[in-house]
Write a protein that binds this ligand. Structure first.
Ligand code: GLA
Length: 372
């Protein structure tokens, strides 16, 4: 697509320090945007409803009409169509546009290229056509696009982090009230390093929705006795233990993980505020064990990387990040140990799986914005 564009938008991926699979259970998460992003160029094309979107990474594009936004058989088009559809439910004023995008976010690696795509498009169209949607509306409509068009019944963490993050901070987000507390991410001389397994087991999206259903199943049983319970957020360990027999072993384990993870996330925030990085790291390792054994969303490649980390005193914590079944581990590691550790873990990983590991440092960055 040649010519000049009206605006450029940068929309970041995200990391999550702790609080995994808690968002859709109305619990707590601790994410932030990172310096990996999708860069969108937008312009009005003068047509009332003809739109053209092109992705430079895959050298693919498509055209559509604003009045015909039915789901596509091609999944990446659904991210676009979904957002356009959801915007039209809330605002009038959208007209024909051209959009070119380019990404440096690794896809399928748990750093949420999907939310970056949805939120960047929503943000850009809101600016381009002065639709006057609030940032929270952009977040929520992007989540709905993922539910209704892409088919993953995700929580709100990824979209919220992509749009609302502030440089140098993580967000303690209460996914029930959407109250956000920005906590400075001061961890020097430690850093956050992501190790990408470069595997993405394709059961991920189906298995994700099943986890969500299992949590809801648990809540439905607990509600028989505790009618005030709306979600696992409202369930304490004491309450849950009463249902050990009534719940199937699998559903009990899923619920146990979520109840523990909510508590762990709040404890981890205190550790971060007190600069007790050893404690923070220990919580991250505990989360991995929970995701591996109780929630069962890890895989052998991720477990290998976390087990490898455990051998290094300089790595205070490591765990699978995001939905699971592949993607990245997040590691809290001393800056002086990073190069040596990456070299050794990469060699070990290549030997074990014949796959090249990739890695990058993640810095807490600001959310979706106009490029000046
Ligand atoms: C995916 C979803 C999020 C969240 C994480 C797991 O990234 O999009 O909403 O549930 O998995 O914590």
């Amino acid at each position: 697509m040649e010519g000049t564009f009206d605006i450029v938008v940068n929309s970041p991926g995200r990391i999550n320090i702790i609080g995994e699979h808690t968002d859709y259970n109305n619990g707590f998460v601790l994410p932030t945007a990172i310096d990996k992003k999708i860069r969108f160029k937008f312009r009005k094309n003068g047509s009332p409803s003809h739109c053209e979107v092109q992705s430079l990474d895959f050298d693919k594009g498509f055209t559509f009409d604003l009045k015909k936004t039915a789901k596509s058989a091609i999944q990446w088009e659904n991210y676009i169509l979904g957002v356009v559809y959801e915007i039209q439910q809330l605002a009038t004023g959208l007209q024909g546009f051209d959009c070119v995008l380019e990404s440096d976010i690794p896809i399928g690696s748990g750093v949420s290229s999907s939310a970056a795509l949805e939120c960047g498009l929503a943000f850009g169209l809101n600016e381009l056509f002065t639709l006057k949607l609030t940032k929270l509306q952009l977040v929520e409509l992007s989540q709905r696009a993922e539910h209704n068009y892409v088919g993953t019944k995700c929580g709100i963490m990824d979209q919220y982090a992509s749009v609302m993050s502030k440089e140098g901070h993580v967000i303690l987000l209460d996914c029930q009230s959407l109250e956000a507390t920005y906590v400075p991410m001061e961890i020097a001389p430690y850093k956050l390093v992501l190790l990408n397994t470069n595997v993405s087991h394709n059961l991920a999206s189906g298995a994700y929705n099943i986890r969500r259903q299992q949590c809801e199943e648990g809540v439905a049983v607990i509600q028989h006795k505790y009618t005030e319970v709306q979600s696992l957020r409202d369930v304490s360990m004491e309450m849950l233990s009463e249902f050990k027999v009534a719940l199937s072993a699998v559903v009990y384990d899923r619920c146990l993980y979520v109840v523990q993870e909510n508590e762990r996330t709040l404890n981890a925030v205190e550790a971060l505020k007190n600069n007790d990085l050893k404690a923070l790291g220990a919580f991250m390792y505990q989360t991995h064990t929970g995701l591996q054994q109780l929630y069962e969303v890890s895989c052998k490649e991720l477990d290998f990387l976390v087990d490898f980390s455990r051998k290094y005193d300089e790595v205070l914590g490591a765990r699978v990040m995001g939905g699971g079944f592949g993607g990245c581990t997040i590691n809290l590691i001393h800056k002086d140990a990073i190069d040596g550790f990456i070299k050794e873990v990469s060699e070990g990983y290549l030997k074990a799986f014949g796959i090249k590991l990739t890695s990058f440092e993640a810095m807490p960055c600001g959310g979706t914005r106009i490029e000046n």
